[in-house]
Every structure is written in C-alpha cells, then in structure tokens.
Design a protein around this ligand. Structure first.
Ligand code: PCD
Ligand code: CU1
Length: 806
C-alpha cells in the first residue's frame, strides 16, 4: 500500500475509536504518573486550614464552648461556632431531602462525630492541636440507635421541629418520625396475599454501610473581596447544584460564584450532598479574607459523612403452588439518622425503592416506607446504586429465594417462570414504572449455561451428602441474582433535586482545524468520561476521539447540569452529547452541500464525511467542513461550528443483569472462598467495553465488601464502632476473586444511541448474588434468612445455630 491509497471505510471507522471501541482511558496517563489534580493538591498563597471539634457523644446538650485556650495557640486564626454562623443564617442548612441540618452544633448534638466548632489555623497541624484545646461541656441525653425503639420513645431527638407539624414529605405520626411514603394498591395486595395458596413473610435487613471513597471529602474556598467573586474547589459530584445552593444560602449572586470539581478520587454517592465543612470553609474565607482549605481525615469521613442503606424491609410475597407470583407487599423502616439528608429526587423520599418488583411480572404490589430519626450520622446516599435500588434488588432477590425454599422449587426455575417476557416491553410495573426494554430469558439462559448450572446443583447435592457422612466440612453455595436497575434520572416532569430539574447537557466546539472540545454538566470521579464521551462524539461527528477534549466540573465553562450519580451520565448527558453531535452534523451538511455545489438532500453522511449521493468520489470530510465553517463565507449559514444540547429524557433506562456466585463455606471457621463469579450485564449499546468491564469489576468488589464484611456499626450508646479502616472492611486484591464478565445488548428504545447506565449495576446485582450464595449453602439445613454482612463470625454463628458444629 503506498501513501496515496485512501483508507478503506473500515480503517476510517477504526480511526475514530467511536462507539463500541475499547479505547484506552485517556485520563490514566495522568493518574498513573501521580499527575492528578485533587482538591488537596490546591495550594493558594496565604491559605488557612480548618478542622472540626466533633462531638464524642451521640446525644447531648452543649452547655458551653470555651475557645480561649485554642485561640491563644500561636497560628490559630479563628474558632467558629453556631453563634458566629447564626447572624449569617448559616448555622443550619437545607438538606437534599427537604429537611435541615445543623452546620455547627446549635444547643445540642445528635450523633457521634457531629461538627461542633470549626478551628481555622495557619496549618493543618496547628488546627488539629487547637481542636484538642477547645473545651466543650456536654450534658448527656438518652440515646436512640434503634429505629423501632425511636418510634416508640418519649425522647425527642429533633427539638427544632414543631411536634405535630408535617415534614417535607407529609404528616409525621411521632416526634421521631420523618415520613410515610407509599406506592401501589395496598388493599388489593393484602387481599391477594390473604387468599393466596402460598405466602412467605420475611424481615430482610440491609445494614448501614458507607461509600468510603479513597479520597475523603474536602473543599477550598477563596473569597476575593476586591472583585466579589467566590471560588470554591471541592469534591462535588454535582458542581452546578453546589453553586446554586451556595448562592441561595449566602446571597452571593450566582455569577459571582465559581465552583470547580477537579479530579475526584472516587465518589460512590458520598460526594453528592453538601457538608458542614464546605459551608465552614466558605464562611471562614469570608471572615478571614484568606483562602481556607478543609480536608477530612478518614475518621471524619466514615463517622460524619453520608452513610448508605440501613433499611429494615419486611416483605410478604404470595404465589400459586406452581410458583407463579401473585402479589408483593413490603414495609420498610428506614433509619435516616439525625437529619434527613438522603440524596433522592424530591418527590421520592425512598428513592426508586419501588423498583422492588424486580425483573418479575407481579400483578399487584404495595410498598410503604417509614423514615425515622435516630442518633446516627445523616445521609442515605446511593453508594453505587441509583436511589435505593440496591436495597430493592436485595429485597426481591432474597424474597424469591425464600419463596423457592417454601415451594421446594429450584430458584433459577422460579425466576424463569416469573420473568417479564420480552414481548411485554415496554412494561408497566404494578408500582408504576415503565421498563423501557429487556430480554431477561435470553440473559438468564446464557448465564446458567455459562456456569453449567445443572452440573453445579448436582455437585452441591453430592456435597451435602458427603457433609452428612462427615467426609467434608465445606458446603457449596450457588448465589443467583437477576436484577433490574433503573437509572438516568430523570424526566424533569417527576425528577428534581431541591426544585432543580434533572436534565443534563453538552456543549461542543469544533475548531477550524477539525479538532474539538466538549463540555458537559456531569463530572467524572473515575468513570472515564474523558474517554467515553469523546467516543460518542466521534461516532456522531466523524472526528477521531483522540482529537476531542472532554471537560467537566468547572461551572464557569461547563453548561448547567445536575452532575454524576445514579448512573445518570450516560443516559442523560450521554444523550445530550449525541444530540449535540447531531446538531453539528446538521450544520455540516449544509456547508458540505454548498461546497459540493449540490442540494442539501443530495449529500449523505458516511463515517467522517458527507458524500454526494451516487457519486462516492465527491465528498467533503468533517475537517474540510470545519475549516470552511470558519474561513469561507457561506450564504445563509453563520460562521463557526458549535452546538449545545440540553436533554430531558422521556424515561429512565432499565439495565439488567444475571449474576451467579459459586462459594465454598467452611462451617467450622466461617470462612468463605469464592470459586467463581459470573456477571452478565445488559446496558444496551456499549460505548466502551473495556471501561464497562472495569466498572463491573469495581462494582462487584464493592458488592463483595458490603455483603461479606463492610458495615457502619454502633453500640447502644451511639458510639460508632467502625470509624477507621482497621474495623471498616475494604477488600484488597487478596480477598477479591476473579470475575468473568459477559453481556447481552438490548438497546434502550428512547435513548439516542440506545445506551443505558452500567456503573451501578454490579453493586445492585452483586450484593444479592454474594448473599444468596451464603444462604444457598445452608439451604439444605433450613436457613431462610440471616443478616449481612456475612463475615466469618456471622457465618460461624449461622452454622452453629443450625446445629452443624456437632
Ligand atoms: N452503555 C454504557 C454505559 C456506560 N458506559 C461507561 O461506563 C461509565 C459509567 O457510566 P454510567 O453508568 O452512566 O455512570 P456515571 O453516571 O458515569 O457514573 C456514576 C456511577 O459510577 C460508578 N462508577 C465509579 N467508578 C469510579 N472509578 N469511581 C467512582 O466514584 C464511581 N462511582 C460509581 C457510582 S456510585 Mo452513585 O454516586 O452512589 O449514585 S452512581 C455511580 C462511563 O464512563 C460510561 O461512559 C459505557 O461505556 N457504555
Ligand atoms: Cu441506593
């Protein structure tokens, strides 16, 4: 081939590295060389450092705060308390759930680790020393750590709330009650269950845990009093929302606030909300006139920032003797901690928990969720699941297993006969969701075949016999899960956060030489957006992905968007990106037609160029078109080649998957070994298979952590027992098994490129798969339900209670 041979169509497609290509992550060159730029890397001249005095008690009155000794320490600049914030009306702040939260203790504290005073000093060490010198006198109050007890107790946690008054989500029936949220037909469901042939009832608890990103939360605030501009760098998963909230709270006009999310070392939902540290760094910068940095340490992060789950889910499921499910009833007692700071769309105080009918065609269902205040840290974030979806998936996948046991049926078969069938999509669930697309039977059969399901069951049966004969002390568990996710919040008509509609955006500029920059309203925390969004644009515009820069996270440059969580970037911003690309192409078409001296309709798009129909040798490449757009006067066409698209999705997307975990359990030590983990994901059109595989590995490892050991635990007086990485389980390569990933591809019918989200799926499906494997190992010995996390001690105890220790 000589230099003059034009590239083939195939070569041109390949050069784009567009949709479907396993393009290497462009951000990794920077990250692997230590060249990332995180919040703590930001160092400004004269910058001060903040640190919190935190409450050692879970519930106490603050009698007095004496900062004299702290202020006397050389290098200490200020000690802020609620009294200092009060004149600015910043001693309380609104939460994402419509509640309010103390920024600094106002009269009392409600959880251990709560922020009491903010010390500002010349360096981080002085600040830490000064924290020790602040004298706080507390008067202990009775502590409520159990949500069921909290609903009965005379102890009033939130004295700031009017006793009988409604909350943000309607009536409160007790002073520690937050809301009752209901969906579905309660009466009809109860009637079906009463008259059913088979009913099982179970309490499924999904314990409290924490996203624990590698990088803790932090912010740097810099108030420039000369030009009136506030710049705020921080670990924000939703920078634009932070800007709007900061403006509303502080009264600073929004154009005078610039919020920047630089590189973020993992978010996992932990960095969606607004924390007291952010507010205090802003106030301290305004008060001192200097930039102020606040970076959490690990204990701050684990004890005081947003936890996840803590759902007590009481379920009843009914079926015919043949196993056809007829109804599902669920009541949740949701422990929200001291303030309702859940990150959910405003109208959904229990998030999308009502996806809990899962992958099954259940004719009638009801859910009721009671939110409750306790003396624990506030939060209730997604942690790799869009708004309580992982709780829902865990609930239904446990209920299915329990029902299979009651029916004495194979759990894979029970699922198969209840799956929503391919021809039923779009499918409206009994709880009101419209599933966009799916093909569950195909995915399920593929998964069962891949692991030789029949062979595994035979092996398991033999193992049980061998165990009974005393020939082995190890049991075999086969953990099945078929999950349906709901991601891509969301249609503005029913999804908003604090009144801000959940659309998203992309703005693209093609430069004269044919390379481009695109900016989005989302923000990567490691997902690889700089890699994948360029791929979408490459396929849409014909510009190679390598020639497209993706920028996110700077509110001065990026178009407004609601940020990255709930696997919404692909479904929402990804759609905006594709449509912005199509706008570029529409203008390019006019330019090409002009240059080729034909009518607009006489050219057609081909990979990276417009070609005259029927005359393939006559064409203009996107690069030629871009140059002409800037440098040639084209009648009726404005100069330049730019587009912006704001996208309000018509519906969510519903990714799904089939996961199977094969686990060996040693009944004497409670140890487990994961022999095999097979994960089939269907996220519609796949943008980058390698990024997807990385997402699945990461999500499964977090699922492993949660199911097998990770937990935020409290003792009876509200001491957080897992505030360090000594006690809070983070799996290393040592505990992490090999994963086999697989896929089917069922595009979303309403997304411009057919893509659904995937980042959360492995957590949503992984947790029940691991937990079901543990339960399944003991099924032959009568175990119906036990609580996660399944650490060695709990597994040992289960074996013991089942009488397996002799
Ligand atoms: N079909 C498809 C889908 C998807 N993809 C890809 O993948 C990824 C992801 O995506 P999505 O799913 O859409 O998601 P986003 O939105 O982006 O993100 C979010 C998620 O993401 C995940 N992942 C991750 N990774 C990392 N590395 N880091 C982090 O942090 C993280 N986080 C986590 C979480 S938790 Mo939440 O917040 O809880 O709500 S939610 C979440 C990106 O890159 C994309 O592009 C592809 O390729 N294809
Ligand atoms: Cu969630």
């Amino acid at each position: 081939m000589n230099d003059m041979t034009p590239p083939t169509r195939e070569e041109r497609v390949e050069k784009l590295k567009g949709l479907g290509s396993s393009r290497k992550r462009v951000e990794d060159a920077r990250f692997t060389q230590g060249k990332g730029n995180y919040v703590d890397d930001i160092k400004l001249p004269g910058m001060l450092h903040g640190d919190f005095v935190r409450s050692p008690y879970a519930h106490a009155r603050v009698v007095s705060i004496n900062a004299e000794a702290a202020l006397a320490l050389p290098g200490v600049v200020a000690v802020l308390t609620a009294k200092d914030l009060e004149p600015l009306s910043l001693h309380w702040m609104p939460t994402l759930a419509g509640d309010k939260q103390m920024v600094l203790a106002d009269g009392k504290v409600l959880f251990q680790g709560q922020e009491v005073a903010f010390v500002v000093a010349e360096d981080r060490y002085i600040a830490a020393d000064a924290v020790e010198l602040v004298e706080v006198e507390y008067e202990e109050l009775p502590v409520l750590v159990d949500p069921f007890e909290a609903l009965q107790s005379d102890v009033v946690l939130r004295e700031d709330l009017e006793p009988g008054a409604d909350g943000a989500h309607g009536p409160r029936r007790h002073h520690n009650h937050i809301f009752l949220w209901e969906e579905g037909d309660k009466a009809a469901t109860e009637q079906v269950i009463e008259n059913a042939e088979v009913v099982v009832e179970e309490m499924v608890y999904y314990h409290r845990t924490h996203p624990c990103p590698l990088e803790t939360c932090g912010s740097v605030a810099s108030m420039d009093k000369v030009n009136g501009k506030l710049t705020l760098w921080g670990t924000f998963q939703a920078p634009h929302v932070v800007r709007t909230v900061a403006s509303l709270l502080s009264g600073i006009e929004e154009h005078n606030i610039r919020v920047i999310s630089p590189d973020i070392g993992g978010g996992f939902g932990n960095k969606v909300g607004v924390y007291p540290g952010y507010v205090c760094s802003i106030v301290a910068s305004i008060v001192t006139g200097k930039p102020v940095k606040f970076i959490e340490d690990r204990m701050d992060n684990l004890m005081a920032t947003a936890f996840a789950r803590d759902y007590w889910m009481k379920g009843r499921i009914s079926a015919t003797k043949e196993g056809k499910i007829t109804g599902l009833h669920c009541h949740v007692t949701a422990d929200h901690g001291a303030f309702d700071a859940c990150a959910d769309p405003t109208k959904f105080p229990a998030g999308f928990f009502h996806i809990c009918t899962g992958s099954y065609d259940i004719p009638v269902a009801y859910v009721g969720v009671d939110g409750v205040y306790t003396n624990k840290a506030p939060g209730g974030v997604a942690y790799r699941c869009s708004f309580r979806v992982t709780e829902a998936a865990y609930f239904i996948e446990r209920m299915i297993e329990v029902l299979a046991m009651e029916l004495n049926m194979d759990a894979a078969e029970l699922r198969r006969i209840n799956f929503i069938r391919k021809e039923q999509f779009p499918y409206t669930s009994a709880l009101g969701w419209e599933y966009d697309s799916g093909d569950y039977h195909t995915a399920w059969d593929k998964a069962l075949e891949a692991v030789d399901y029949k062979g595994l069951r035979a092996e398991q049966a033999e193992r049980v016999e061998a165990f009974k004969r005393g020939e082995t002390r190890k049991l075999l568990g086969i953990g099945l899960t078929h999950f349906t996710e709901i991601v891509g919040a969301g249609p503005v008509k029913n999804c908003d956060i604090l009144g801000m509609g959940m659309f998203d955006s992309c703005e693209i500029r093609i430069h004269p030489t044919g390379s481009a920059v695109a900016r989005l309203g989302t923000i990567s925390q490691g997902q690889g957006h700089a890699t994948t969004f360029a791929q979408i644009l490459a396929s849409e515009t014909g510009i190679p992905a390598d020639s497209i820069t993706i920028e996110e996270g700077d509110t001065d440059t990026a178009p407004y968007g609601l940020g990255t969580y709930g696997s919404r970037s692909t479904p929402v911003a990804g759609a905006a990106t594709a449509l912005a690309g199509r706008k570029i192409r529409a203008k390019a078409q006019m330019i090409a037609a002009y240059l080729l001296e034909v009518h607009d309709n006489d050219v057609e798009w081909d990979v990276d160029r417009f070609v005259v129909k029927g005359a393939p040798e006559r064409f203009k490449t996107i690069q030629e078109i871009a140059y002409a757009a800037y440098n040639q006067a084209i009648p009726g066409v404005e100069p330049g080649l730019e587009a912006v698209s704001y996208y309000d999705p018509p519906n969510m997307t519903y990714p799904f998957g089939a996961y199977i975990c094969v686990m060996e359990i040693d009944v004497d030590t409670g140890e487990h070994e994961i022999r095999q983990f097979y994960a089939l994901d269907d996220c519609g059109t796949r943008i980058n298979p390698m990024v997807i595989e990385g997402q699945v590995h990461g999500g499964l490892t977090e699922a492993l952590a949660i199911a097998m050991g990770q937990e935020i635990a409290y003792d009876d007086i509200g001491n957080c027992k897992t505030g360090t990485l000594m006690d809070f389980f983070i799996p290393t390569a040592w505990e992490t098994p090999n994963y086999t990933t697989d896929f089917t591809e069922t595009p979303s019918p309403h997304h411009p490129i057919g893509a659904k989200g995937v980042g959360e799926s492995p957590n949503v499906g992984g947790v029940p798969a691991f937990s079901n494997a543990v339960h399944d190992a003991f099924r032959a010995f009568g175990l119906r339900q036990s609580h996660m996390p399944h650490d060695h001690w709990r597994i040992w105890k289960t074996a013991n209670q089942l009488g397996l220790h002799g």
